[in-house]
Design a protein around this ligand. Sequence first.
Ligand SMILES: Nc1ncnc2c1ncn2[C@@H]1O[C@H](COP(=O)(O)OP(=O)(O)OP(=O)(O)O)[C@@H](O)[C@H]1O
Ligand SMILES: [Mg+2]
Length: 320
Amino acid sequence: MAGDNVGRIETIGLTKRFKKVEAVRNLDLDIAQGEIYGLIGPDGAGKTTTIRMLAGVMKPTAGKASVSGFDTTRQAERLRHQVGYMAQRFSLYADLSVRENIEFYADIFGVRGAERNQQIERLLHFARLEEFQDRSAGLLSGGMKKKLGLACALIHRPRVLFLDEPTNGVDPISRREFWDILGDLHIAGVTIFVSTAYMDEAERCSRVGLMFQGHIICQGSPAELRHLVRGDLLALVTQDTVKAQAAVASLPGILEVQVYGDRLHLFVDNGSRRMPEIDAAVRSAGVQVGQVRQVQPQLEDAFISLISHQEMGSAGGENG
Ligand SMILES: Nc1ncnc2c1ncn2[C@@H]1O[C@H](COP(=O)(O)OP(=O)(O)OP(=O)(O)O)[C@@H](O)[C@H]1O
Ligand SMILES: [Mg+2]
């Protein structure tokens, strides 16, 4: 049944309705073995619901999905033994040690005999947790808890891994270390389907899908998504972003303004034409600014821009 489809994720019209919301709408996905597919989107976009259906722990209302050739509804039980799943709010046993937590998952997945110890040693090493194997899970740092969660999800050597915001709330150094481990899994050919709120992580995916109100509104490599941004992007640095924003708001050719700390990002129809006009407008409004520069849009710019257009569209009355 699995055969050539090992590691592949496919959905057709996958849909989940709860009483009040349609959390996932008509999702068509085709993810090849070995991809790192990143799902990004605002709170409530439907990321967790999608992952739950793919991991075989929640039934769709309509449509279907197969993972490694297993139907996620009809063969859910067998599927769960083929995939690794780290839930958004996964729980570890705080009173058990690192090693005992992994052993617990070994029991659940029936990993026995010589394979069991070998695999536990391998995972402790792989997740850089060897030194901490006897520490209670409850006493681990946030980053180490996430690595232990990952080790548990890998106990049965899954070929497909579902990770739901696995590094949420973790410091940047630990996030990077976590992603280095994912890089090793990627090299080993594991298909990784990961949701994240961090754009630097999305940049590390082979493909990214941007989800909004249950739909994937666009999908592609990080570079392809960056290029979806309309017009040119100008950046200006100022201590007074509020005043600067007011000064440029009604200028011609401005498509959109985003504020990042002490920076304004201005999407304009034509960068070289608008640069001197913007410069003059902010200076005559008495705003202290550095030089206005043209910059390359990052994934975050594209993401915010695409989402705000969708929001404007749905605020206009049309729903979905
Ligand atoms: N079990 C449930 N019963 C009813 N509604 C639900 C249930 N699970 C999710 N929802 C709703 O479905 C929508 C999508 O939720 P989901 O958790 O999939 O989003 P998400 O993208 O994972 O969000 P977040 O970034 O906050 O984790 C939301 O409107 C949510 O309130
Ligand atoms: Mg979620």
